[in-house]
Design a protein around this ligand. Structure first.
Ligand SMILES: Cc1cc2nc3c(=O)[nH]c(=O)nc-3n(C[C@H](O)[C@H](O)[C@H](O)COP(=O)(O)O)c2cc1C
Length: 434
């Protein structure tokens, strides 16, 4: 069965449907696992709930957080999550995914400092603790649109993505430009620490620059071909972040475990009988190397590409196309993939994601995933856009308000792709409407 309207009224209906399509969903009746405090790199997390990065495309004219950005994070922390993984923030102008994507530099860093202080204080006042905030630092590579239209910087051509219009060679980012960006990561991390963030993430997922290079089998030069070359940019950038910041500053990456493209364009995949299958050999090797290289102590993960195969990383009810698989298969695949990584890295806190399609059952499956070993901390994306009070509701009622759940309609991503400010167009209509 490919598709069914989400109208599961009970845990039993949901789990019956899952087993009818051969999927075993972990499900915890109690969400208490999510509400346990946790010590992350010497910092206190009030609970194991993580707000995954959610770009709002609402920077002001200086690329600093705008009014809507500040509103978003105030609402996020008032809801009571332990860890906020702050959205993709560009480190160079040409690497912005939208004209209104956040970007941090020497000139606007004070606005970030103000925002971090504001959200820490808001949380302290309303909840009695300070949340930990990790900033995602990015270059959008292939998906750069700094002036509102596509101005890509690609690792190498990918015919699967360029069927209609191949991207010209001049847009293949040069080795010397990559070296410059690695150095910029040093500067960006220094600013991130100065702004008061608790840590920074060198983004390496979703097909953006850091992620596309991992699969640059067909690229020539120092950053393509061999495993060592393909992982060079990420390692050098993370090392730059480490050397720019004090020891207490958390250095991490949001790593795409697989992009699910066929070889030679895919990372974390193997070809079997003409189709792509997840193969984590290289991602696992990279995680091991990052542990020794920079003492990686927390890993955020994702899979696939939100531009090409979004049903894999964020299963949905309505989106740009109808996938040829049931959304519950997508949820289960993500959980299984994380389980394999956590199993081989028992001591490393891993943050999972991809539960929002499950609406009111999302916290129970997230708690079940943690109990099963599919992650250490539970990440929520769209569910938080729709219902920033999710953690508070779990503390107070042990479940979320069904009238406030994400309905996975993809309106948030549709608006983001159009370069418009985004949030929840169903549950936060006062602000977000057409
Ligand atoms: C509107 C929107 C913006 C997003 N922005 C980011 C981002 O800045 N960085 C990132 O790593 N992931 C981003 N994501 C992906 C989410 O963090 C998350 O991985 C994804 O939505 C799946 O989790 P969910 O099912 O809880 O939504 C975004 C997703 C959406 C819908």
């Amino acid at each position: 069965m490919r598709y069914r309207k989400f109208n599961y009224k009970s845990k039993e209906e949901l789990l019956d449907e899952a087993s009818s399509i051969g999927v075993a969903l972990p499900y915890a009746d109690s969400v208490s696992e999510l509400l346990k405090p946790y010590e992350l790199c010497g910092k206190h997390l009030e609970n194991k709930i993580v707000i995954q990065p959610l770009e709002g495309c609402d920077a002001d004219e200086k690329a600093a957080p705008g009014e809507l950005t500040r509103r978003r994070y105030r609402r996020f922390v008032q809801g009571g999550a332990g860890l906020v993984w702050f959205e993709a923030t560009a480190i160079v102008p040409e690497g912005r995914a939208q004209a209104h994507q956040l970007m941090m530099n020497e000139k606007n860093v004070d606005a970030y400092k103000y925002l971090v202080e504001e959200i820490k204080e808001t949380c302290l006042k309303t909840k009695g603790y300070e949340p930990v905030i990790i900033q995602q630092l990015t270059h959008s590579g292939r998906y750069s649109k700094p002036n509102g239209f596509s101005e890509p910087w690609i690792a190498r051509n990918n015919p699967l993505l360029e069927r209609e219009k191949p991207i010209e060679n001049s847009r293949i980012i040069t080795d010397s430009n990559l070296k410059r960006i690695e150095e910029t990561y040093y500067e960006a991390a220094r600013l991130s620490a100065a702004a008061g963030f608790d840590g920074a993430d060198v983004k390496a997922c979703h097909g953006y620059l850091g992620s596309e290079l991992l699969a640059a089998f067909t690229r020539k030069g120092e950053y393509g071909g061999s495993y060592e070359n393909r992982t060079r940019f990420l390692k050098n950038s993370i090392l730059a972040v480490r050397s720019a910041t004090p020891e207490t500053f958390i250095v991490s990456t949001r790593l795409g475990l697989t992009d699910y493209f066929p070889y030679p364009y895919g990372w974390g995949v193997v070809q079997e009988n003409g189709s792509s299958k997840i193969d984590l050999t290289e991602p696992l090797r990279l995680i091991d190397e990052l542990k020794s290289l920079v003492g990686l102590k927390v890993l955020n993960v994702s899979i696939a590409s939100p531009y090409v195969n979004p049903h894999i990383s964020r299963p949905y009810e309505r989106g740009g196309y109808e996938p040829d698989e049931h959304p519950l298969k997508g949820v289960a695949r993500f959980i299984e993939t994380i389980c394999e990584v956590q199993e081989k890295n028992k001591e490393l806190p891993i943050i999972n994601a991809g539960f929002s399609y499950l609406r009111q059952f999302a916290p129970n499956v997230a708690a079940g995933a943690l109990e099963k070993g599919a992650g250490t901390l539970a990440g929520f994306g769209r569910a938080i856009f729709a219902n920033p009070d999710l953690p508070r509701q779990l503390y107070e009622h042990g479940c979320v308000d069904e009238k406030r759940t994400c309905v996975s309609c993809s309106l948030c991503t549709d608006h983001l792709r159009k370069g418009c400010s985004t949030g929840c167009f169903i549950r936060d209509r006062e602000i977000y409407h057409d």
